[in-house]
Design a protein around this ligand. Structure first.
Ligand SMILES: [Zn+2]
Length: 344
């Protein structure tokens, strides 16, 4: 990470506000959308997927202070009002989004947002709300991190031979398996998890894992001005399922939230997709756009890194900047100033 910090330091020599002025003069008005997953202080031996933790509470608070100082924080409902009214992007605007619906969004992120009077958009996976159910990447990480075995041999559905190493360094083998899963159909991915569970002798009792928010909590967020968006029902690997299932995931998640909270859900946050060739990717994104539009959403975030410019604004392909737990104050600031350069 050292190089990244060094580069961030060099890039940050130009003051943040001035850089933004230059960008606006050159490319016109733009919107910044940030993507977070979990906000929490990881305990030692954290048994879930470390890569889903975007920031600790302190890191997040520092980022919010920076954002409050430099931006006008809105959500997609505000954006709709603005586009329907004046037809233009609001100046210096930023949207904070959270994917998946983890409980720390309510317990840790929300109080920090509230304290500063900031809104956000939280994309929730409706089939996990109010239930003890683990996301597939957390299941893989949990099995790998808690098994007593030190080696994994697998034939089906993928061939794997992996030394698991010490408990502290198990995120790396978990990461390898999560990546392999993205090459499988969503059903084969489930087979992979069953095989891992059996081979590594780890039975998951989902009732012991309360990882997501409840409908009651979402109602409270909704009433306090946090926008709730949909993020599918089951969070399958989104490009690796049949069209009919894709449609059900997109339509039902919207309906479920609208039934529970009342009001209209206007934003869809597309869940992670598999690893695709450029052609497959183009075909999948076209299909996704078609379904999301037909289901009555007004906006959708999609698999795109970068700022959202007024000049080529596309409501169904909103780009975002992913924030990661290794982001320092320097790299966070550089990421927001120069996302074309710091893009990971
Ligand atoms: Zn997700």
């Amino acid at each position: 990470m050292k190089k990244r910090h060094l580069l961030g330091g060099l890039l940050n020599v130009i003051p943040f506000g001035l850089n933004r002025q230059f960008r606006k003069m050159r490319f016109g008005e733009y919107l910044t959308v940030l993507c977070y997953h979990r906000i929490l202080d990881r305990p030692a031996n954290f048994p879930y997927d470390d890569d889903l933790v975007s920031a600790s509470a302190d890191q997040f608070a520092g980022q919010l202070d920076f954002i409050s100082k430099h931006y006008n924080v809105i959500n997609f409902k505000d954006l709709r009002l603005r586009l329907d009214g004046e037809g233009a992007l609001p100046g210096n605007s930023l949207i904070i989004t959270f994917d998946d619906g983890y409980i720390d969004n309510y317990e840790i992120a929300w109080p920090l947002l509230k304290m500063r009077g900031l809104t956000a958009t939280m994309f929730v996976t409706t089939g996990f709300i109010g239930r003890s159910r683990m996301f597939w990447w957390d299941e893989i990480a949990y099995i790998i991190k808690t098994t007593r075995a030190d080696h994994l041999e697998l034939e089906n559905p993928v061939q794997v031979s992996l030394a698991l190493g010490s408990r502290e360094s198990r995120q790396e083998p978990a990461r390898i398996l999560i990546k392999k899963a993205k090459l499988l159909t969503d059903d084969a991915k489930e087979t992979l998890i069953d095989e891992l569970s059996e081979k590594l002798n780890v039975a998951i009792d989902e009732s012991e894992h309360r990882l997501t928010m409840t409908w009651e909590q979402l109602r409270e967020l909704d009433e306090s001005g946090i926008e709730i968006g949909a993020h599918s029902v089951n969070h399958p690997i989104f490009s690796n399922i049949e069209e009919e299932r894709l449609r059900t995931e997109i339509a039902h998640s919207k309906e479920m939230i609208e039934n529970e909270l009342g009001g209209e859900i206007i934003t869809f946050g597309a869940p992670g997709r598999g690893i695709l060739s450029p052609q497959e990717r183009a075909r999948f994104e076209k299909l996704l756009r078609k379904i999301v539009t037909e289901c009555g959403y007004r906006f959708s975030t999609q698999y795109r890194w970068g700022l959202v410019y007024a000049r080529d604004f596309d409501a169904y392909r909103i780009g975002r900047l992913g924030i990661e737990s290794y982001d320092t104050k320097t790299s966070f600031k550089a990421k927001l100033s120069y996302p074309e350069i710091i893009s990971y």
